[in-house]
Design a protein around this ligand. Structure first.
Ligand code: GSH
Length: 214
């Protein structure tokens, strides 16, 4: 029985989990939780995940959420090789560092820009928020200096997580022309399984944000 993945394509973390599953090569049964219709509060979903967020994974009754924890679990359980989430302690630590970088710096800074525009009637992006995100993108650009992928020579779940986050703000129209390593990496990402599906969700997200921007 395939694991079930509760998903909403507009959500970057949710797309990150789907992308990770695609790259790992584990078939998942997608169950859409429409956040616009507030389906995350349905009793049946709350029973599975009292924190009512997507993505949520149900692997034969074992339930976890948090996109990066899902990616690690899927890679450990279903990964066909040692590259996507290395077993080697130090290589794995680098992947984890990039995952935590995404979860505690990159994605929160993207969210800090976009959520007030979607939910609070904000129509302009403050310079401070722009600077914060560009500083973070500068670090990502450094990780990619001399590296094909964000954690080194191999595609890992750090790439899928960061790609899902970054594509949301790119579809808002963020200028990354000063970050040449990121631009080069994005071109390589186009061959990742699930790339187009991720882009489609990011485009929908971007259009919602752009509609509210001045
Ligand atoms: N850190 C979490 C973030 C998950 C998250 O914020 N999900 C949002 C959509 S982007 C959600 O489900 N919101 C609905 C809710 O919390 O009620 C992850 O990476 O999975």
């Amino acid at each position: 029985m395939s694991p079930k993945l509760y998903h909403f394509p507009i959500s970057a973390p949710s797309r990150g989990a789907v992308l990770a599953a695609k790259v790992i090569g584990v078939p998942v049964e997608i169950k859409i939780i429409d956040l616009i219709k507030k389906e995350q509060y349905n009793e049946s979903f709350i029973k599975i995940n009292p924190q009512h967020c997507v993505p949520t994974l149900d692997d034969d009754g074992f339930v976890i959420w948090e996109s990066r924890a899902i990616a690690c679990y899927l890679a450990d359980k279903y990964g066909k090789n040692d590259e996507i989430y290395p077993k080697d302690l130090q290589r794995r630590a680098i992947v984890n560092q990039r995952l935590y970088f995404d979860s505690s710096f990159l994605y929160p800074r993207i969210r800090a820009i976009c959520y007030p525009i979607i939910y609070d009637g904000v129509t302009e992006i403050k310079n401070k928020l722009k600077e914060d995100l560009n500083t973070t993108l500068g670090f990502l650009n450094q990780f990619l200096e001399g590296n094909k992928w964000v954690a080194g020579e191999h595609l890992t779940i750090a790439d899928t997580s960061i790609l899902a986050s970054l594509s949301s703000i790119l579809e808002v129209g963020w200028d990354i022309s000063q970050f040449s390593n990121i631009e080069r990496w994005l071109k390589d990402c186009a061959s990742i399984p699930g790339y187009e599906e991720n882009l489609e969700g990011a485009k929908t997200f971007g259009s919602i944000v752009k509609k509210n921007l001045k």
